[in-house]
Design a protein. Structure first.
Length: 188
């Protein structure tokens, strides 16, 4: 399985590249890469500014379809992934849980998509995707249907509900992401 880190956002609310913001004394991207290297043989970052990430020792790829948001990043990562399945997460989730991700990985065998589902909805930026999704994702990109879940219909999907998530995330912080300086300040 490949680990794909999405780090191509516009960072409008943050005002600077959030991948390089520090949390608990460590840049967010370094924290995520370290965790991914513990879980995956192949780790890649999808970014439109690859020169900023050269020191991380992972594969760097840029969007195949520019300006298509996270869905475009997922497509690019899956396209370049050497494995059939890939786990995808953004660079700005400081509470990713290694054990939960490993549990997700163990359940991918018979599924095209493995995705957590909270009461607030699916968490498509913390999910496992199969390369079988590529043609449908591409079609969505070509028609500007950029909501990530817009391509889910018709695939064999395993959703992990709050009952499955809670033992790994009793404080409910695993899916939090940092979008603004206030978010970072609130977490510190």
């Amino acid at each position: 399985m490949t680990g794909i880190i999405l780090s191509g956002g516009k960072n409008r609310r943050m005002g600077t590249n959030k991948a390089f913001m520090e949390f608990e004394g460590e840049r967010l991207i370094v924290r995520t890469v370290r965790l991914f290297k513990e879980l995956f043989e192949d780790v890649m970052i999808v970014t439109n500014s690859p020169l900023e990430y050269l020191d991380l020792g992972v594969q760097l790829v840029t969007d195949i379809y520019k300006g298509k948001g996270s869905l475009g990043g997922i497509f690019t990562g899956l396209f370049f992934a050497p494995s059939e399945h890939a786990f995808v997460a953004p660079c700005d989730m400081p509470f990713l849980n290694k054990q939960f991700i490993a549990a997700m990985i163990r359940q991918t065998t018979n599924y095209d998509i493995v995705v957590p589902e909270l009461a607030a909805g699916l968490q498509p930026l913390h999910a496992v995707y199969s390369k079988r999704c590529l043609p449908v994702i591409r079609k969505c990109i070509m028609t500007n249907q950029l909501k990530i879940t817009s391509f889910y219909k018709g695939f064999h999907i395993l959703t992990l509900d709050e009952h499955a998530i809670r033992p790994f995330d009793p404080e409910g912080r695993m899916f939090l992401n940092i979008n603004s300086p206030e978010d970072l300040e609130h977490l510190s």
